[in-house]
Design a protein around this ligand. Sequence first.
Ligand SMILES: CC(=O)SCCNC(=O)CCNC(=O)[C@H](O)C(C)(C)COP(=O)(O)OP(=O)(O)OC[C@H]1O[C@@H](n2cnc3c(N)ncnc32)[C@H](O)[C@@H]1OP(=O)(O)O
Ligand SMILES: O=C([O-])CC(=O)C(=O)O
Length: 370
Amino acid sequence: MTATKGLEGIVAASSSISSIVDGVLTYRGYDIDDLAVNASFEEVAYLLWFGKLPNAAELQELERDLSEYAPIPDSLIEQMKLYPPDTNTMAALRSAVSALALYDEEADDMSREANERKAIKLQAQLPTIIAALARIRQGEEPVAPQAGLSIAENFLYMLRGEKPEETSVKALDQALVLHADHELNASTFAARVTVATLSDIYSGVTSAIGALKGPLHGGANEAVMKMLKEIGSLDQVDSFIQQKLDNKDKIMGFGHRVYKNGDPRAKHLQKMSSELGEMKGDMTLYDMSVRIEEIVTGQKGLKPNVDFYSASVYTQLGIEHELFTPIFAISRVSGWAAHILEQYENNRIIRPRAEYVGLTDQKYVPLEQR
Ligand SMILES: CC(=O)SCCNC(=O)CCNC(=O)[C@H](O)C(C)(C)COP(=O)(O)OP(=O)(O)OC[C@H]1O[C@@H](n2cnc3c(N)ncnc32)[C@H](O)[C@@H]1OP(=O)(O)O
Ligand SMILES: O=C([O-])CC(=O)C(=O)O
């Protein structure tokens, strides 16, 4: 038995949700380039969960359910107020989502119907939790979700306490579409491993949030913004990046396990970053990002992934970097839930083997002789 480090190239599940073939990403057979410019995030969530695009009545019903489930229990808000003020937002989100299960009477109901309902509840409640965590951290009262708003609009509304302008809503909605699912990425795999024991959907999503938090995965978008802040200005980019490359440090937001010729989502985020910069009349972050890309791609052949330009996009939307990875979770919970439902439908416990490389033939030595 020989292990493959990082399971590279191992096909560990069959799935009909999303695919990456020759650098083309599709959700249920629809090219991400098509969905990114045409579909709303709610349509995409429906597509991932139910395998087809919704008709008008189906979409309306989903939007109504999302609005109905968006409020979170008052006692959960009180609990979140007790979290230490400087807590990492992903750690707080992980705890709050785990706690959410305690308030759901059907948390352990394993029927398909109940699990679909819980998928919609989780999708509806994650934005409410994240906006509440952000406001609590600022010393402000959480703003309750407003019925009838899209997920993107409601999130920005709950965050800011006032209705956002159309351009921001559109940009965030498109970013949510782009992040919704991605085959067997680390957090989705974590979710599938967890629920393959027939544990509940909340356990699966809590595991996934833990996996998404790391800087090699979803946490990279926050790391990119920290790097841009540390660099500070366009004229500092060359020396900063060169030093990192010389030290063999990783440049966050670059590289990918599957895409070697570029992440198809990155170009949409780059375009958005440029457009938002132009609208704000400040191209600094965009120009810095483009220069970083020129150097890293030029010298290492590494291309930006989905996390690279999302950092400047979210900053241009006035969002603080502590919320970048949680926003990724707002989108990706749609994909996690789709994979969890798929795993339950055709389940077998996920239990691979390990190649043992430790000591052998050891004999027990009594404590007093050690
Ligand atoms: C949503 C997402 O999860 S997208 C990914 C987000 N993560 C990041 O942006 C973090 C930075 N990137 C990385 O750490 C990696 O590219 C990963 C984790 C995305 C993929 O990892 P792997 O498939 O294991 O690639 P691996 O680390 O083996 O990289 C291959 C080579 O490229 C180098 N490399 C990969 N990414 C980078 C990078 N961002 N900066 C500098 N060098 C890099 C590696 O050091 C390695 O070099 P070597 O062969 O000389 O040792
Ligand atoms: O697929 C991966 O390994 C990481 C990624 O891009 C994602 O989860 O969107």
